[in-house]
Each structure stands twice: as structure tokens, then as C-alpha cells.
Design a protein around this ligand. Structure first.
Ligand code: AMP
Length: 300
């Protein structure tokens, strides 16, 4: 099944309590696409400026990521995000954002991408996400991400989008904000009433919760001691999950649960280094051996 992602492609500067990196490859669509590419080819739609290093495009293309939808704006500058992590490596603060070419991003799906079976609308304004849906021809599965900014500032647009998506992926604080409910189980069920057939609430180092009309479950994060940079964990989770679903060609309950596990495992590797550095040094076999450990850990 073909898989399409639309989202940010960025240059990030990251500060952690022990290390910092300047202008490294980041962005929601970048992390998603690279993570999904362990399982299936991916079509990427995004925008960058002329300052975006060629080596990053080469890296993505080398992974069976079709960059025909990556628009380069002449004379433009790439979206830039600077974040700083607290000592707990979970809470982060945005120090700087330069939207640059991403501010005027009006995604245009190349003709050859319009017929994509699985669609992931990475974090972006619900208006932009809706415009992508309107260009897509007959997608089988639409999953979206969102964030506090849109919940607060484009609430009615977000509500309209939720009626059109099959799945919603968001983090715990966003789920609480969207539903006004501190209890995440109650929040998950309230979100189902807004439209999506399933909801995944990510809880960082505590894993992820899944909700549908018939099922509620929690999977823990894979315990890794080496947390270098958590940036992109959420998008890697979504990429691993959707990549696996696309590779299986269905989204039945059993496949969805396996997909959640793969999402968690890809994210567990992403956080072990900056940017895509750790993911570049692993293969599908590493994910599968962590899956064996993960299954053992969960059986009792
Ligand atoms: P995550 O840690 O999974 O939430 O993803 C972090 C990535 O999202 C970073 O690489 C950033 O470049 C990107 N990012 C940060 N803020 C935004 C935003 N407002 N819109 C889109 N992408 C963003």
C-alpha cells in the first residue's frame, strides 16, 4: 500500500543538559518518513529553502523516500526550530522558531501522489491538513497529528478535520487540553466521539495508549538507558506505526497493535542519538530483535 506524509522538514538546534547541536536535520515529516521507510516506500510532501543541504535530500532518497513532493523555494530559508530539554529529558521548551518557507506552505500533492492509500497529516494547521485531504483521491486510511497551538487557535477547523480522519495521534497534554479532562482514559473516549475511529495518546517515556470503540490498551515505551535527544520520538512512533500498517495492507485490530509496538521500537532508537543518526545505523533486523525483547517483557 502506498504511504504519503505531509509535514515539516526542518533544521533544528537542540540543547540537552549535556550536549548541543546546531542546525541538524529535523522536522515532523522527516522523522516520520525515515522511520516508516524501515517497512515500506514513502512519499514525502514538504517545503525547504535553498539553504537546505543536498546531503539531507540524498539521505532521504537513499531510503526509498520519494521526494518529488519536496518543494525547494528559491531564495527561501528552511523552517528552523530550537529546543531545550530539561534534565528529565521529557519536558522541553521552544527557544526559537523561524517559520520561513514553512509559514507559506500550501502543500500541493504531485499528480502521482494523489492516489495514496495511507495518509499521514503530520503536525500542521488543520486548514492545511484539510487542504491535503481535499487533494487526495480515495485514501483508505487517514491519520493526523496535532498540537496545543491548533487546539487553542483553530478549534473549529480542528473539529471539522477530526470528522474526516480515521485516526488521531497526539500527546497526553494535548489530549487533556482538547477534552478538558485530566483522566487520559476518559480523554481518549471523548476524542473518539469527535470523529476518529481510533486515537493514540503518546506519553513519552511512559509509552502510548490506544483507544477504539472496542479496545483500550496501553503499551509501555521500550526501556532504553541511552536517551540522548528525544526530538522526533513522536513522529518516529507515527512513522513506524503507519509504515508497518502500509506494509501489511490492513488496519485490523491485531495489525494495529503490532504497528503500535513497531512505532514504540523505532522511537526507542530515535532517542538514542541526535537527528536520524541512530536510525541510520540500524536495520529492520534490529527492530525485530527489540520486538522479541519487547514481547518477552510484556508476557507474564
Ligand atoms: P517531536 O519531537 O516528535 O514532537 O518532533 C519534533 C520535530 O518537529 C522537530 O524536528 C521540529 O523541527 C518539528 N517541529 C517543531 N515545531 C513544529 C511546528 N510548529 N510545526 C511543525 N513541525 C514542528
Amino acid at each position: 500500500m502506498s504511504l504519503l506524509v505531509v509535514g515539516s522538514v526542518a533544521l533544528d538546534s537542540i540543547e540537552t543538559p549535556t550536549h548541543s547541536r546546531e542546525r541538524i536535520l529535523g522536522g515532523s515529516a522527516t522523522y516520520f518518513a525515515y522511520s516508516a521507510s524501515f517497512f515500506t516506500p514513502v512519499r514525502l510532501v514538504g517545503v525547504v529553502g535553498e539553504d537546505f543541504p543536498d546531503e539531507h535530500v540524498v539521505l532521504l532518497r537513499g531510503r526509498n523516500i520519494d521526494t518529488a513532493g519536496l518543494h525547494v523555494v528559491k531564495g527561501g530559508k528552511t523552517f528552523f526550530w530550537k529546543g531545550k530539554y530539561q534534565p528529565n529529558m521529557n519536558d522541553r521548551e521552544t527557544l526559537e522558531v523561524e517559520l520561513n518557507v514553512f509559514g507559506d506552505f500550501r502543500p500541493q500533492l504531485p499528480e502521482s501522489f494523489r492516489q495514496s492509500d495511507f495518509l499521514f497529516l503530520a503536525n500542521g494547521s488543520p486548514v492545511t491538513q484539510m487542504s491535503v485531504l481535499e487533494q487526495a483521491i480515495d485514501p483508505q486510511l487517514i491519520v493526523a497529528d496535532t498540537m496545543d497551538l491548533w487546539i487553542r487557535e483553530q478549534h473549529s477547523e480542528l473539529m471539522a478535520l477530526l470528522k474526516r480522519v480515521d485516526g488521531l495521534v497526539m500527546n497526553d497534554s494535548e489530549a487533556r487540553l482538547l477534552t478538558n479532562d485530566e483522566n487520559l482514559v476518559a480523554a481518549g473516549h471523548k476524542i473518539l466521539k469527535l470523529g476518529p475511529r481510533f486515537v493514540v495518546i503518546k506519553k513519552g517515556e511512559h509509552g502510548a495508549m490506544f483507544f477504539s470503540a472496542h479496545e483500550t490498551y496501553v503499551l509501555p515505551a521500550y526501556p532504553t538507558q541511552r536517551v540522548v535527544d528525544p526530538t522526533g520520538a513522536g513522529d518516529s512512533f507515527a512513522g513506524g506505526m503507519m509504515g508497518y500498517l502500509a506494509s501489511q495492507g490492513n488496519f485490523e485490530p491485531k495489525t494495529l497493535k503490532e504497528a503500535m509496538a513497531y512505532g514504540i521500537l523505532v522511537a526507542s532508537y530515535t532517542v538514542e542519538d541526535f537527528s536520524l543518526d541512530r536510525l541510520q545505523n540500524i536495520g529492520r533486523a534490529d527492530l525485530d530483535s527489540r520486538l522479541v525483547q519487547f514481547r518477552k517483557m510484556l508476557s507474564f
